[in-house]
Design a protein around this ligand. Sequence first.
Ligand SMILES: [Zn+2]
Length: 419
Amino acid sequence: MKGLLLLTALCVAVFAKKTFEGNQVLRITAKDETQISLLKELSEQKHLELDFWREPIHESLPVDVHVPFHSLQDVRAFLGNNQIQYDVMIMDVQDLLDDEERDMVKYHSSPKSTDDFVYTAYHNLSEIYSFINMLVAENRKLVSKIVIGRSNKKRPLNVLKFSTGANRPGIWIDTGIHSREWDTQASGTWFAKKIVKDYKRDPVLTDILNNYDIFLEIVTNPDGFAYTHKKNRMWRKTRKPHHFFFWCVGVDPNRNWDAGFGGAGSSGKPCSETYHGPRANSESEVKAIVDFVKSHGKLKAFVSIHSYSQMLLYPYGYTRTPAKDNDELNKLAKKAVSALQSLYNTQYRFGSIINTIYQASGGTIDWTYNQGIKYSYTFELRDTGTYGFLLPANQIVPTAEETWRALMTIMEHTRKNPY
Ligand SMILES: [Zn+2]
């Protein structure tokens, strides 16, 4: 009997979806370097199981931390004893997840066409993959699907190619390389539909597509994304277990690129959320894009989309040396951000990664920039922390619409400034 109970408990632990009842997200405002160091010490306390949504880097930036219910008392005491100021940003993480789940169930359907697809709700991997197939079937002259590789769990890495002629230079957009950033995959789905709707209607997009191909990878980390739906909504990394510390799963795919690989702002600890992996390109999801970029050879813009924080960033992240095109990248970012803001007055910060957020090594766009893709940008979409990674579904479309304005600004500039 005891054995059976134990077995049942083990099965529940292995197969059940993780819940977050009573967990809170705290917004911490450190006032000086000492408090930042204290917060770094706090983050090292493994038994607290803290999940930093925004890490302690510098006193000018807020720190957001997701605290399990069992650690709340300890964390509050630690902050209180050290006179570190904080607010409760999310009172109960599970409440938000329940809302999210309710919306998903409500809109869970099998649309007959991409017109029927519900863009105002979040969707799982198979729903997005069937959306991709439908979009291709409906627009054979404009859209095709290419499989650039397989994930660690052998899922196809699908990329939509929008093309109106052979041998064109290309523009790349990816969403969802960090799996829990659900508003990015949702925005990517909306972008795909927007492109087919606007071609031959919007003169600027039509001109871009008459001269450039657009490549869009909506689910860049499918293993992680499937895991966020089935097991743990907060999963960020890939899903490859470490070869030795097998209980540490996954690599941060935005620290795995061959640009300052293994440097500051990435971690060598296999269980860390920013683990850079055993070597550059160790993750098949990253390697597939690397191979694609190299074999294509003519990508002129590369945009990798994350959330959250409302920022538009350009290289570099791993070094303080400014990119040689820094001035142009800065001017274009400013223009893109003001186009974005013009729709719903959403305010973005912009600048190089290292000056705007923090030093981060092995990042996507540092590598693409070093490959000669001048217009390399990263977005951090909505919001600035009210919901963080749990952006309510009613913000999906407004987020996608405003981001599209910025993307159009970058693509139009790329079109008008060939190199
Ligand atoms: Zn991210």
